[in-house]
Design a protein around this ligand. Structure first.
Ligand SMILES: [Fe+2]
Length: 442
């Protein structure tokens, strides 16, 4: 906790830097297209980009300017328009949204007040601001919308407007499975200052021995499932998954099309041949589950994913990230839209966990077998709508972040969730299985 003045000044400048870095990304995503494209809905699953833009400013106003700062509203006339619970995505294009120029002015006005507030706030005055939590929550919220806007860009039709260098090439050969020995580990956190309510509290979880893939499932492996008729064989699918596969006419990951004797995928306005050593992306939970069953395995539970990512057998401690407690760097993980697609398997040896599990953080969100629920002792903070209202069992947990996830919104404890049919998100998976008796005794 921040207790002395030097710490508080350090925290202030760190928050200011995170706010600026995040806003630059928002600007990049919303300045890459013209006003008519900002106002248009590119898919019924997504908001017009200009809705995300003003919504980000509105949440910043509600939480920081009004709640933390106790200041007068900048614009209370638009609260309803940008309330995600009141306005379903499909309806958002027909709302009287702020035009782009007005939305940008609104964001700038709110941000100016936030800087004024940040200069004066006492970080020990109330729980909402301890360690700058409310500011961290707003940075993460904007970054999450930036990832959503990146997904909208992926759905957009038209020439490429986003550009980034290709991810690094593999530095080591990574394949096969890793045995995780039986025993307890600490899941979740009490200490990460910007961790959200659903990541808390830290609690001990006892797991039997299991085996998990050393890397996410690749396009090459997924192509074998397709070639083996995996999409046409109900044996591999759950009942609800098969029904969805039939209704939605699924036969390959989203954005794929046949290309000669192989496949091509559409990525941000370009068609490329599918590369076999990259993690598969844009598959829904049902597809991930069907593949795992076909492969004689299953999806990991959320606890299995987290133990593989955080547990250090040498110290029996849970780390913040697979590589340790230090922040992500470009050498450790493919995060933050530095690249526009997942890196080939083996590209991040410096990001591996102590047990040798690779690419858990970044590249693709990984579907788990676990529906979103609160941990034992969960307490909603600062509001029920952040996560508690999603606990009913309709949403599956995804872990680890994607190439489009910023490091501010990604940790070994971070939990994402979505409907099991969704695949416009940057979602992939890895498989797991129970350890055999011989393996468990090793
Ligand atoms: Fe939001």
């Amino acid at each position: 906790m921040v207790t002395d003045r030097g710490d508080a000044e350090g925290l202030r400048s760190r928050i200011a830097a995170e706010l600026a870095r995040t806003r630059a990304r928002t600007a990049l995503l919303t300045e890459a297209v013209d006003d008519s494209e900002l106002m248009r809905q590119h898919s019924p699953l997504m908001s017009p980009l200009v809705w995300d833009l003003a919504h980000v400013g509105n949440q910043e106003e509600l939480w920081l300017v009004r709640d933390v700062g106790g200041r007068e509203p900048v614009r209370c006339d638009i609260d309803e328009l940008y309330d995600a619970f009141k306005q379903p995505r499909r309806d958002r294009p027909s709302l009287p949204l702020l035009p782009p120029a007005e939305a940008r002015t609104y964001l700038a006005t709110v941000r100016e007040k936030v800087h004024d507030l940040l200069d004066r706030v006492a970080f020990d005055s109330r729980r909402l601001v301890v360690d700058g939590f409310a500011f961290g929550m707003i940075v993460q919220h904007e970054q999450q919308h930036d990832e959503t806007m990146l997904a909208t860009h992926q759905l957009r039709v038209g020439p490429a407007v986003l550009h980034a260098p290709a991810p690094p090439e593999p530095a080591s050969r990574v394949a096969g499975e890793v045995l995780v020995p039986a025993g307890p580990f600490v899941m979740g956190t009490d200490t990460d200052p910007w961790a959200l309510d659903n990541e808390r509290p830290a609690h001990r979880v006892e797991l039997p021995a299991y085996v998990i893939d050393a890397a996410p499932v690749t396009n090459g492996a997924y192509r074998e499932f397709i070639a083996d008729g995996g999409y046409d064989d109900p044996r591999w699918w759950s009942e609800v998954g098969w029904r969805h596969r039939q209704q939605a006419g699924l036969n390959a990951p989203m954005h794929w099309r046949p290309d000669g004797d192989g496949w091509a995928y559409h990525r941000f306005g370009r068609w490329d041949r599918v590369r076999d050593d990259e993690p598969v992306v844009h598959v829904c939970f049902h597809e991930a589950q069907a593949y795992a069953t076909w492969a004689g395995k299953r999806l990991p539970t959320e606890a299995e994913w987290e133990k593989a990512a955080r547990w250090d057998p040498a110290t029996e401690r849970s780390r913040r990230y697979p590589w340790g407690d230090e922040e992500p760097t470009p050498a450790r993980a493919n995060l933050g839209q530095r690249h526009l697609w997942p890196a080939p398997v083996g590209a991040y040896p410096a990001g591996a966990s102590p047990l040798g599990v690779h690419q858990l953080i970044g590249d693709v969100w990984e579907w788990t077998a676990t529906p979103l629920r609160g941990y034992p002792g969960f307490a909603a903070f600062p509001y029920r709508e952040y996560s508690e209202v999603f606990f009913g069992g309709d949403y599956q947990v995804l872990r680890g972040g994607s190439f489009g996830t910023d490091r501010a919104a990604c940790r070994g404890t971070f939990r994402n969730w979505d409907y099991p049919i969704r695949r416009q998100i940057f979602s992939g998976f890895r498989c797991a299985r129970d350890a055999s008796r011989e393996e468990a005794l090793r």
